[in-house]
Design a protein around this ligand. Structure first.
Ligand code: FDA
Ligand code: NAD
Length: 426
């Protein structure tokens, strides 16, 4: 027994929500589209989980951040899906996919068939156990990928007012959670293996600005090392984090953000994979022409850099999803996806945006002792990436525009002298 749809979206996160909106804009009929999600709630803006959701006062809660409010679009509540005749199959894990028969098998034993499948399974948080550390299933250790995790984090913060938290990882989750913990009046120690925070993107100079700011808020940094084990008490809770050098950090709670792995296991051997994700073309179509992939799980050609990339950011999830639906619904009209990578974060009173690629020589500009500064990346004679902290809307638009244009840079000194003015003059 099973149900049949024309279009099925596997996964119910950010990309699924934006795909659903695009389907309705392009005239999907009632009963044609189904979304299957392991999560018990309709698609929501995942970035809220490390920001508004964790605030001590007036925290964001659903339905306020269902997609697609993050891009100033309609807010798609469960009622909206019902009105549009879109089937939401929630709290349901897909266990296997049979691309020959065009069917998906759910954990409940239902077979759901499709003509066109969009894979939007996102990613899962890497576990410390995958690095040989045991004990991260203790009740006062949390990861942060979905609403269940975010609820755990909120409960832990409430259980230990004024307590000690150790944050493992100096990437996006580590930085955003550390800020939220501080706002909740928890003492924070961050531990990560690199020499500075946000090592995948920040230069040492940029990182030192944020680290100094965090230090001024009371955050302690232990860099260049990792934890070796947890000290577990008689209740099975983590009492302390033990580092590689033997030092001991007493902890009431631990937050772990050590990266992600795309959810591709159902498709291995059936689809071509690349960069850890599902390889797609400029229409977001995989090696199987009836199967598309979008969001964190998709490795797609970034035309601007002539390379296949897999991005782990919300803007890419939103736009790749919309592009896939457009390509499915109007295949003859659609051109190749031409995406400018865009990342951002907001913590405390700080806010930065980055566009493009952080490759090549770095040119910093602005006032690193003030509140507005940035950097350009120049690779093979062209400006390829731009970062700005504390910009205005116009300034962010200017750095996005200049990065998309990839201008030739003949005089690095002149670019440095002009700084943000270079982008504003374009
Ligand atoms: P997403 O993870 O959103 O959704 C995947 C969905 O698939 C989930 O609902 C999952 O349950 C489901 N699924 C997976 N396997 C399944 C199966 N077998 N059966 C059924 N369902 C299955 N980015 C950014 O640019 N700015 C930001 O500020 C933030 N902030 C941020 C905070 C936090 C806490 C996280 C975890 C992430 C961010 N991000 C971000 C990243 C951003 O949220 C991310 O890039 C998008 O959510 C990716 O959207 P997807 O739809 O691809 O995956
Ligand atoms: P990340 O890749 O940003 O950072 C991982 C960090 O883990 C590294 O910086 C490193 O410090 C640390 N690390 C790696 N191995 C370790 C080990 N063995 N022990 C200790 N530390 C280790 O990943 P994340 O911070 O976990 O974020 C998860 C996902 O969520 C990413 O896809 C990210 O893009 C997304 N996210 C994005 C935003 C944003 O764009 N503003 C915000 C939150 C989350």
């Amino acid at each position: 027994m099973g149900r049949a749809f024309v279009y099925v979206i596997l996964g119910g996160g950010v990309a699924a929500g934006y795909a659903a909106l695009e389907f309705t804009k392009r005239g999907v009929s009632h009963g044609e589209l189904c979304i299957i999600s392991e999560e018990p709630v309709a698609p929501y803006e995942r970035p809220a989980l490390s920001k508004g959701f964790l605030l001590p006062e007036d925290p964001s809660r659903l339905p306020s951040f269902h997609t697609c409010v993050g891009a100033n679009e309609e807010r798609l509540t469960p009622k909206w899906y019902k009105e549009q005749g879109i089937e939401l199959v929630l709290g349901t894990q897909v266990k296997s996919a049979d691309f020959r028969r065009k069917t998906l098998l759910t954990a409940a034993g239902e077979t759901i068939s499709y003509k066109i499948l969009i894979i939007a399974t996102g990613a899962r948080a890497l576990k410390l156990e995958e690095f040989g550390v045991k004990g991260s299933d203790a009740e006062n250790v949390c990861y942060l990928r979905d609403m269940g995790d975010a609820n755990t984090l909120v409960d832990l913060m409430k259980s230990f007012p004024g307590g000690n938290a150790v944050v493992i990882g100096g990437g996006y989750i580590g930085m955003e959670c550390a800020a939220s913990l501080v706002i909740n009046k928890i003492n924070v120690t961050m531990v990560f293996p690199e020499e500075h925070c946000m090592a995948r993107l920040f230069t040492p100079k940029i990182a030192s600005y944020y680290e100094d700011y965090y230090k001024s808020k009371g955050v302690r940094f232990i860099k260049g090392t990792v934890l070796s084990s947890f000290e577990i008490d008689s209740d099975g809770k983590v009492a302390a984090v033990i580092l590689k050098d033997g030092s001991r950090l007493p902890s009431d709670m631990v937050v772990v953000g050590i990266g992600i792995r795309p959810n591709t296991s159902l498709f291995e051997g059936q689809l071509t994979l690349e960069k850890g994700g599902i390889k797609v073309n400029g229409k977001m179509q995989s090696s199987n022409s009836s199967v598309y992939a979008v969001g964190d799980v998709a490795a797609f050609p970034v035309k601007l850099f002539g390379e296949i990339r897999r991005l782990e950011h919300v803007d890419s999830a939103r736009k790749s999803a919309r592009h896939a639906v457009a390509a499915i619904m109007e295949p003859n009209k659609m051109s190749e996806f031409d995406y400018l990578p865009f990342f951002y974060s907001r913590v405390f009173a700080l806010s930065w945006q980055f566009y493009g690629d952080n490759a090549g020589e770095v040119i910093h500009f602005g006032d690193f002792s003030g509140s507005t500064f940035g950097a350009y990346w120049v690779n093979k004679g062209h400006l390829v990436g731009s970062f700005l902290e504390g910009g205005t809307k116009d300034e962010y638009e200017a750095i996005a525009k200049v990065t998309r244009l990839k201008p030739a840079i003949e005089n690095i000194g002149e670019l440095e002298r002009q700084g943000l003015g270079f982008a504003l003059a374009i």
